[in-house]
Design a protein around this ligand. Structure first.
Ligand SMILES: Cc1ncc(COP(=O)(O)O)c(C=O)c1O
Length: 446
């Protein structure tokens, strides 16, 4: 029986999944000589590009994808993405382009802008950033000058490279200082945040937002404290954009000067970025994206963002996000119940789509766990945990997310089974076929 509230888009993704499984079965029955490299006859030892696409489709279909920053887009988004809009040059903005022939492009970009404003209740939207990182660069170009001081969340506590890492453009052009989490609670240390603001009255911009932080972020309080000190405030909701869109996480929009995001994570769109701002910054932000940080927009991606936004405005998307969060909470509980010493769930649980787990108790580091799971087609990523004694190439933690398995139809009752597969794989037990069988079972649920 189809579960209550299963997203319409999930239905289409399941149709795709079922078709892939059928194709795969047919492929396995085909004699070996049928595996000709028609597209690439000169390179017999290498698969052709189209074969690699099929192989990737099969990998994505049959594996248990728990990477918190990935998702499966709907057939609608994929269809729009793979269109002739990729051929179009369109520097500029709707109605003000450097090239002719932009009448369809103008309509599709304006549609995406209107939908983004509506979905997030924002004054202004720019849908051209090529990624979340590009959106952040454009936000910095809009709000501050090179050499200005910026306060952001520490990379090794869950922040992002584009929030001032020394080897990122942000860290090269601006003076970043960082707040972190409280060692006891694992939550953003608001005392440290306030102290840094007070001790550094020259801070021009505060950045909130994280890559690997499983709890809600109080944008309202953080924004107010920044503004009280005459600093500007920017919220990067790359990970939680889907949760914010669905009203399942506090929205930063009324509290931030600029809000940036990726479009390919929880919001389930094409790879890309998006930025929102108040009227005050609209012109400057548009100029910062183009020509400040980028050249011609990726019109096919903008069209796919519009498709994503249409879907995110539907009630089914809210249901999907609620299930993503419920699954993440159930996953955190399942890890703790399995063995809280082997799997120490950071902060004791989650408010969003990810679970951060200290896996020191398994006797393996994050890299070893990532590899042990990958062998069985279970994908997670190794991750620093706050105050991690291990180097970034090893780490003491893993980050596990539920956006993809939820799109595939997994429910809370599946989470202990997933933890069982993970635990057995880490212990080196044989779980041959179990993951594939589980994915087939998900596809077969009606
Ligand atoms: C908080 C945060 N900001 C920005 C980004 C960058 O996103 P993109 O990969 O779209 O550049 C990420 C990616 O994980 C992120 O977690």
């Amino acid at each position: 029986m189809r579960r209550a509230g299963q997203a319409d888009q999930g239905t289409r993704t399941q149709a795709w999944l079922e078709a892939t499984l059928r194709e795969r079965d047919a492929e396995m029955r085909r004699p070996p000589q049928a595996e000709a490299h028609e597209e690439n006859p000169d390179r017999l030892n290498m698969k052709s590009i189209l074969e690699l696409v099929s192989a990737e489709q099969e990998r994505q279909t049959l594996s248990l994808n728990l990477i918190a920053s990935e998702n499966y887009v709907s057939d609608y988004v994929r269809k729009v993405l793979g269109t002739v809009f990729t051929n179009k040059y369109a520097e500029g903005y709707p109605g003000k382009r450097w090239y002719g022939g932009c009448e369809n492009t103008d309509l599709v970009e304006q549609h995406a802008i209107d939908l983004a404003k509506k979905l997030f209740n924002a004054d202004h939207a720019n849908v051209q950033p090529h990624s979340g990182t590009q959106a952040n660069l454009a936000a910095y170009l809009t709000l501050i000058e090179p050499g200005d001081k910026v306060l952001a969340f520490k990379l090794d506590h869950g922040g992002h490279l584009s929030h001032g890492a020394a080897f990122n453009a942000s860290g090269k052009f601006y003076k970043f200082i960082h707040y972190g989490v409280n060692r006891e609670t694992g939550r953003i240390d608001m005392d440290e945040y306030k102290r840094l603001l007070k001790e550094n009255p020259d801070i021009k911009l505060v950045v909130a937002g994280a890559s690997s932080y499983p709890r809600g972020i109080d944008f309202e309080t953080m924004g107010k404290l920044a503004h009280d000190q005459k600093a500007l405030f920017m919220a990067d909701i790359a990970h939680i954009s889907g949760l914010v869109a669905a009203g399942e996480h506090q929205s930063p929009v009324p509290h931030a000067d600029i809000v940036t995001m990726s479009t390919h994570k929880t919001i389930r769109g094409p790879r890309g970025g998006l930025a929102l701002c108040t009227d005050k910054w609209a012109k400057k932000l548009d100029r910062a994206v183009f020509p400040g940080a980028q050249g011609g927009p990726l019109v096919h991606v903008i069209a796919a963002k519009a498709a994503m936004l249409e879907e995110a405005l539907k009630p089914e998307f809210k249901t999907y996000i609620k299930r993503v969060i419920a699954n993440a909470k159930a996953l955190a509980k399942a890890f703790s119940e399995r063995d809280a010493k082997r799997y120490r769930v950071l902060t004791g649980g989650t408010d969003n789509h990810m679970v951060m787990v200290d896996i020191t108790g398994t006797g393996k580091n994050g890299k070893e766990v990532e590899d042990a799971l990958g062998v069985h087609s279970i994908y997670i990523n190794k991750n620093f945990i706050p105050f991690d004694p291990k180097p970034v190439t090893e780490t003491s933690g893993i980050r596990v997310g539920t956006p993809m398995i939820t799109t595939m139809g997994a429910v809370e009752a599946d989470m202990p089974r997933i933890v069982d597969m993970i635990d057995k794989a880490i212990r080196g037990e044989k779980i041959e076929g179990v993951v594939h069988a589980f994915m087939r079972e998900l596809a077969g649920r009606k």
